[in-house]
Design a protein around this ligand. Structure first.
Ligand code: SAM
Ligand code: SF4
Length: 465
């Protein structure tokens, strides 16, 4: 006898923040699929809405409450029609401000922290049975990954795979250790099995994710512990997988084995996001980063020695408490010395409960703004120069689907630049040799070459150095 098919219900998920949140949103949809929930494009009329929040940026909770205000009307409309909309707040704001959410928005049904997603079906059942809220913001003792289903919705040619969560580093400014909990690495066998499934579903590129992904130390077969370098070498052997990336890394965990992996694994793309935050040793110390500016410069050199076409991206914070003009100049100097293909930069914003929030010598907003603008102007110049330097180069592009304009296909370069070419969206999933014919501040225009014109098989990444 075939099991009864549950009625189809509409699930809308809105995601803020990093790729790990994007991955978590897909996994929440996966755990709810057996209950009959299928993805919806809009919250209107949805049976369930999940807001997956990020606590890193300023005004995260204001954004959440204004979104909740809008959804309240949609929830009431559904109820007026005799239906029910389950409203859930997930992610790091839920973890940090659960009580405030239920007090300020009592119509929210579920509040759940990032470690509790596997409990969603049970929470939905409790919320639909009873009035009042269901809150889960503990760090449960069971591992959520052991309880998430294997079968997942396909992610497309580029797939994300979380291999590590949490952080024990306690940087002065950061909420992650408090919202995501202690560092945890998934066992290597589970990661490899998930990677094989993603490839079977059509992924050609996998980005391994973690708050500190290069601190990965998962259980390997026979009681061994695998670092990220070992895991990447095994993953590169998965047939059909053309490209590998990993993010976000900490300079302190960039060990020689991992650097060597960049020389050895052609599928490991020549682009690395390696946040440095500041170029001043004094500020790096105050931030509790555990390395100096010169140590960062040396790591960048070693990486480029291992993989000469490697380009770097980074994160910077302007105006950490106690940062002087000389410290700020040190940051600009580091940016000039290292050279970045792309980077994110933020004005320091105090996060309640973190050591920097209560530190003396907080800087005036105007000063932080000015420093941020100087950092961003320099980084923008570097990004544009990097993009311009690709003109005329030939390399493989992974196509992902339709471009913005009719007759255009979109894809990604080895350096993660968005790429567009004349071509069909049906090229999605193909890795094709291309030549850069136009460069823009944030993207590249390419023409697709035939396999004969480069002499390379299309699936082999061969980036011009
Ligand atoms: N684990 C990564 C690392 O060690 O660099 C960073 C992860 S954090 C989620 C992403 C970025 O947000 C940080 O690199 C930092 O630049 C920025 N960030 C975090 N807290 C911040 C704060 N209080 N103010 C401004 N930027 C912040
Ligand atoms: Fe936050 Fe990254 Fe520092 Fe951990 S290492 S506390 S995630 S900035």
């Amino acid at each position: 006898m075939t099991p009864p098919v549950p009625p189809r219900k509409r699930l809308f998920v809105k995601t803020w923040g990093c790729q790990m949140n994007v991955y978590d949103s897909t996994r929440m949809a996966d755990v709810l699929a057996p209950l009959g929930y299928a993805p919806a494009e809009t919250p209107d009329g949805a049976d369930m809405v999940i807001l997956n929040t990020c606590h890193i940026r300023e005004k995260a909770s204001e954004k959440l409450f204004s979104e909740l205000g809008r959804l309240r009307g949609a929830k009431q409309a559904k109820e007026a029609d005799g239906g029910r909309m389950v409203l859930a707040v997930a992610g790091c704001v839920a973890q940090a401000e659960g009580a405030e959410i239920t007090a300020r928005a009592p119509y929210v049904d579920i509040v759940l922290g990032p470690q509790s997603y596997h409990r969603l079906p049970e929470m939905v059942a409790r919320a639909t049975r009873a009035a009042g809220h269901v809150i889960e913001t503990e760090f449960p003792t069971e591992e959520k990954f052991d309880h998430l289903p294997d079968a997942a919705a396909p992610q497309g040619p580029i797939a994300f795979l979380t291999i590590q969560e949490g952080c024990d580093k306690f940087c002065s400014f950061c909420v992650v250790p408090y919202t995501r909990g202690a560092e945890y690495s998934r066992p290597a066998a589970a990661v490899l099995a998930e990677a094989r499934r993603l490839v079977a579903q059509g992924a050609r590129e996998i980005a391994l994710l973690g708050q500190n992904v290069n601190a990965y130390h998962g259980d390997g077969p026979g009681g061994a512990t695998w670092g990220l370098g070992r895991l990447l070498r095994e993953m590169a052997d998965i047939p059909g997988l053309a490209r590998l990336r990993y993010t976000t890394s900490h300079p302190r965990d960039m060990d020689d084995d991992l650097i060597a992996a960049h020389a050895e694994i052609p599928a490991l793309m020549p682009f690395l996001h390696l946040p440095v935050q500041s170029g001043s040793d004094k500020v790096l110390k105050a931030m509790n980063r555990g390395h100096t500016a010169d140590e960062y410069r040396r790591i960048a050199e070693k990486l480029r020695h291992a993989r000469p076409d490697l380009a770097l991206s980074s994160d910077f914070i302007a105006g950490h408490p106690g940062e002087t003009e000389a410290d700020h100049q040190d940051t600009l100097r580091l940016i000039r010395d290292v050279g970045f293909a792309q980077a994110f930069s933020f004005k320091y914003s105090p996060r309640p409960g973190t050591p920097a929030a209560g530190a003396p010598l907080q800087l005036p907003e105007a000063e932080k703004d000015r420093r941020l603008q100087e950092i961003q102007a320099l980084l923008r110049d570097q990004q544009e120069a990097f993009n311009r330097s690709r003109l005329g180069l030939r390399f493989d592009v992974l196509f992902t689907g339709a471009g913005r304009h009719p007759g255009q296909a979109a894809g990604r370069s080895p350096w993660l630049q968005p790429v567009h070419a004349e071509g069909s969206p049906e090229l999605a999933g193909q890795v094709l040799p291309c030549e850069v014919i136009a460069t823009h501040p944030n993207s590249l225009g390419v023409r697709i070459l035939t396999a004969e014109s480069t002499g390379d098989p299309p699936s082999q990444e061969k980036a011009a150095a």
